[in-house]
Design a protein around this ligand. Sequence first.
Ligand SMILES: O=C(O)CCC(=O)C(=O)O
Length: 245
Amino acid sequence: MTLEADGFVVLPALLAGERLAAAVRHADDLLHGVGWSGNDFDGRKTRRVYSLLRSVGAFEAPLTHPAVHALVAERLGPVYQFGMLFLTAVDPGQGAQSLHFDAGVYPLPRDVEAETNVIWALDDFTADNGATTVAPGSHLWPAGRRPEPHELVPVVMPAGSAVVYSGRLWHAAGENRGPATRRALICEHVLPWLRPADNHTLATGPERLRSLTPQLRRLAGVAPASEYLGLVGGRDPEQWLEAAR
Ligand SMILES: O=C(O)CCC(=O)C(=O)O
């Protein structure tokens, strides 16, 4: 299985022991009191938490994992930013999500790799509990071709694993027919000249942005995309943030 040929690759058990346990505890803290989402796509028996850069906590390890970022940088180049970033808890009884490809939000030709994304399994992903289903190779399909049911496979992987996939890959959260919730941390990485799906700088705010590591701040968008792109008042946003204390 390769990212180039199949459009996805599973990196097994990257997080283990206390790092995984801490990420799961953090997920539970964030999910406390959160209700089901109010639309069919997000899932009416699915709980979602966004704006995660306001409370990174134990998600720092998955969000910055070098093995994931090495693959992302190979695909997108050295400068990229977070797109949509969320924690999701697919509860028992949740039906399968509509099939989609994440880069579909951008009106770009199908052959542009605009995003390379990752889904971190915080629980074991099984064929019955809502593991993400993917259509292998579909990142190379032309516009308009949609997967048939027989072309879909569940991404079965133990908790702590990550599936890195092309933003062009057709996929969806699977149906949760099991008795327990399936939790995941989902993070898009997008080209720096595109508007990210989530407005991380506004959601996080200057004070919390300053408290992040330089790597997370850059991924949040506090970085020029090029010499003339992404500045604040003509300056590097890092300098602006420092001066605005
Ligand atoms: O939860 C999953 O397995 C995938 C969710 C997803 O692809 C989405 O909501 O965009």
